[in-house]
Design a protein around this ligand. Structure first.
Ligand code: PLP
Length: 419
């Protein structure tokens, strides 16, 4: 059972000040989860979570995470600028970009961010751009092949194809790259890798860690480079469907610890810091899209038209992603109607739900679309002239604060040159 963090009465009273649709985040949930993450890795004194800004590039959220001790993982100029404005600097910022323009390396360097290179050719590019190689530098590994975690009956629990991904150095390039970076003055090295997205498995991080730890031992031996940190990046998933089990972050932390003690400690590398760059796991369950049913249509199927559309939440249209829907005030009602819940884009994939069993919906009902806290508002766009909607924070004390206002037509027209 998925439970909204808002009641109908709460949502109606919020909607009286901030018209639907809106994204709303749960400060209490965000903080409690961030504390669990910290506790799960507290066995590693250097541990740090660098929140992946792209998941929720909203200063009000970044500041909450900062208070909980998180850094930020940026991948573009504006994400760096936003992070600087939020008070992040130096080693609180990880810069993991690809196809990077020079001005982004310049800003990352000026902020003192830890730069995570995506390709061997970027060594010279970085040096030519900023005039030196920073003392601390990281490289992204792409081990190639296919990455699989199997579970007993259901076949593969996690499957992804690093060999088809555009990111990272090959292993051989990474040995060569580290030697070169060392010659150019780098002193402290990090290894980063991202092998699979939205994993629902307590084994993903431990298996990734075992691959990176073994590789790190090898790299340190072969190149003499001091490995200071290993960055497990993102990819820890959340259960979007009500019947999926969630990840247990404590078990994940302990699983990584076992690999650390088995592989790194005996190699004399018990000082390596563990970093993560989770986006989804930090935020997805603590955000919701609240939208109102505005039309009801019966043709070959039953449709409920809502005032939000795919421009507010692209995941269902883009990936066929499932987002659970609760009709507020009808939490306990029987799901005895089959609906497509649709937005108003002139695109037939603008459907938040297809053939979904829900309680009977009346015009005016508020629908709570779950788990939109990460890669939700962030992936918004303005197709069909749809404007992007407000982001609100349900604060720990129960009050609501607006983090970003809704766009107006003036915002939409602001970049146009009319003649
Ligand atoms: C997207 C991304 C993340 C975050 O991924 P999640 O699946 O949201 O955890 C972390 N690191 C990098 C480099 C990314 O591109």
């Amino acid at each position: 059972m998925k439970k909204p963090f808002l009641t109908k009465d709460q949502a109606e009273s919020i909607a009286a000040s901030y018209p639907t649709p809106f994204h709303i985040y749960d400060e209490k949930g965000i903080r409690e989860n961030a504390r669990r993450v910290k506790e799960a890795f507290s066995w590693n004194p250097g541990f740090k979570e660098y929140f992946a800004v792209k998941a929720t590039p909203t200063p009000g959220i970044l500041k909450v995470l900062k208070e909980e001790g998180c850094g930020v993982d940026c991948s573009s100029l504006t994400e760096l600028m936003m992070s600087e404005k939020c008070g992040f600097s130096g080693s609180d910022i990880m810069f993991s970009s690809n196809e990077t323009p020079p001005e982004e390396y310049e800003l990352a360097h000026r902020l003192g961010a830890v730069i995570n290179l995506d390709d061997i050719t970027h060594i010279n590019f970085l040096k030519d751009t900023i005039g030196e190689i920073p003392e601390t530098i990281s490289c992204r590994l792409n081990p190639g092949g296919v990455f699989q975690l199997s579970s007993s009956e259901e076949g593969f629990q996690v499957m992804d194809s690093p060999q088809d991904a555009k990111y990272g150095f090959t292993k051989d390039q990474l040995y060569e790259g580290f030697r070169k970076l060392k010659e150019l003055g780098a002193k402290h090295f990090g290894i980063h890798s991202f092998l699979a997205s939205n994993t629902i498995s307590n084994d993903y991080y431990p298996v990734l860690a075992s691959i990176l730890f073994r590789f790190a031992v090898d790299v340190q031996k072969k190149t003499g480079c001091h490995i200071e940190f290993i960055n497990l990046s993102g990819g820890v998933g959340v259960p979007y469907r009500p019947d999926q089990p969630g990840n247990d972050i404590m078990a994940i932390g302990q699983g990584v610890r076992r690999q650390y003690e088995e592989i790194l400690v005996p190699a004399g590398m018990g000082d390596v810091k563990i970093f993560t760059e989770m986006g989804r796991f930090m935020l997805a369950p603590y955000g919701a899209l609240v939208t109102r049913a505005v039309h009801e249509k019966h043709i070959y199927k039953e449709y409920i038209g809502v005032d939000a559309c795919a421009a507010d939440l692209m995941r269902p249209a883009m990936y066929g992603a499932y987002h659970h829907i609760t009709v507020l005030g009808k939490e306990d009602a029987l799901g005895d109607h089959i609906y497509d819940v649709v937005g108003g884009l002139c695109e037939n994939n603008d459907k938040f739900a297809v053939d979904r069993l829900l309680p009977g919906i009346s015009k005016g009902d508020l629908l709570y679309i779950h788990d939109t806290g990460a890669h939700g508002h962030a992936m918004g766009y303005q197709y069909n002239g749809k404007l992007r909607h407000a982001e609100l924070l349900l604060q720990t004390d129960g009050s609501v604060r607006m983090l970003r206002r809704a766009e107006t037509p003036e915002d939409y027209f602001a970049t146009i040159i009319w003649e």
